[in-house]
Design a protein around this ligand. Sequence first.
Ligand code: KG4
Length: 338
Amino acid sequence: MSIIILGIESSCDDTSAAIIKDGLLLSNVIASQKVHEEYGGVVPELASRAHQQNIVPVVDSAIKRAGIDKKDISAIAFTRGPGLLGSLLVGTSFAKGLSLGLRIPIVDVNHLHGHVLSHFIRQKQDDIVPEYPFLCLLISGGNSQIILVKGYNDMEVLGQTIDDAAGEAFDKCAKVMGLPYPGGPHIDRLAKEGDSSRFKFAKPHIPGYNYSFSGLKTSFLYTLRDAKKLNPNFIEENMTDLAASLQKTIIDILLDKLKKAVEATGVKQVAIGGGVSANSGVRQAIADFCDKRGIKAFIPERAFTTDNAAMVAIAGYYKYLSGDFCHYDEVPFARTTI
Ligand code: KG4
């Protein structure tokens, strides 16, 4: 009999539902929340309320698009954390309620595991997926981690940021440039037209595999502040070169530690995930990095870089196969790593 998993993701500001049948993706519906744009960041209370409005139509449309009936679902996988507690509570409560109604089990998924396992989402039977062990560079607005992935439920964080995440570095520097939130995609767009060797910003010198981006943020801020004293139009006149130089610095910082981890572990496969893995410069740099070393690169489709339920459903699918279910007493958690 087929195994059909309904995945639900509601950890931040995207309400998403997906259906996976025997490991193959049938649907992945995402409702993004526009309500936060005018505030320059996600407002948790508004996010929870929007999830409440979105969750029923989003799940309904994922089931319809998959061409299945809700009675066909074997289990419901939901993001239990980390994330915004109010947002997580909506997805968790909905999953519990529906599972009681349908008399099927629930499977809790760590959001970060989901990002890593997004490389196992198959859209066609012959899609190539990673083999364990592999390294995953998980880069988003809240995390920057190098993870040694030994199994679907066996992941070791080799290094992570000690301050800002890579996405935060993009967003905070973009804000200084007067760009809208989230700034990452704007930097990406502008960087394509700019000269990345024009400006130099600070790079961290910390031992091991950990990252730090707060020094870069400060050096970016001071460079712009000093330059504006001499030329009030400095930012507007140098938009593309600033974006390209900033993006290049972030990529250099990311690759420096990744290189160390690849050399130390001897892995033959590297994957990237999280919102920042949508960045064109990062994607190209990872492809080149792996090419040069004869390593296989796994670069996710852009739809799977940001928060989505397909990754929750695939992570839930593997847990379901090993009978790893969740009890109704389990509650969402706001923080954790892997
Ligand atoms: O994974 P994600 O959607 O949300 C969480 O942080 O959980 O990541 C969002 C982050 C934001 O910081 C955003 O600016 C960044 O990913 N981002 C990008 C790009 N697209 C999204 N950063 C650089 N270039 C992009 N194209």
